[in-house]
Design a protein around this ligand. Structure first.
Ligand code: SF4
Length: 101
């Protein structure tokens, strides 16, 4: 697991710390899951994050949609749910999964 941005809600989906260039896409496509902290005063201070973890099938769809929309590979999945891992692999996002294999 990579170091997480400090505002992520605890859970399997997270945004890795320190790679944000403020594309805002995840918060745009999944506004009920993703937050964006604006901090223009400090370099690298602005960042997106998982404001809450998925609680439903629709939420998991949104989380995967957010991962797919990201302009960087910072949105990650650290869980081991085979169905989620298979969906991410099918989308070419296996490099954003922490679970080995
Ligand atoms: S996807 Fe990357 S660049 Fe875009 S807001 Fe999130 S962390 Fe920042």
């Amino acid at each position: 697991m990579r170091p997480q941005y400090r505002l992520n809600a605890p859970g399997d989906f997270y945004v890795a710390d320190g790679e944000c260039i403020a594309c805002l896409q995840p918060a745009h496509v999944a506004p009920t899951l993703m937050g964006f902290h604006e901090d223009e005063a400090s370099p690298g201070g602005s960042h997106c994050y998982f404001a809450r973890q998925p609680q439903s099938v629709a939420d998991v769809d949104d989380a995967i949609r957010a991962m797919r929309s990201a302009c960087c590979a910072s949105l990650r999945y650290s869980g081991c749910d085979p169905s989620v891992l298979a969906r991410l692999k099918a989308l070419g996002l296996e490099c954003q999964c922490d679970y080995p294999g």
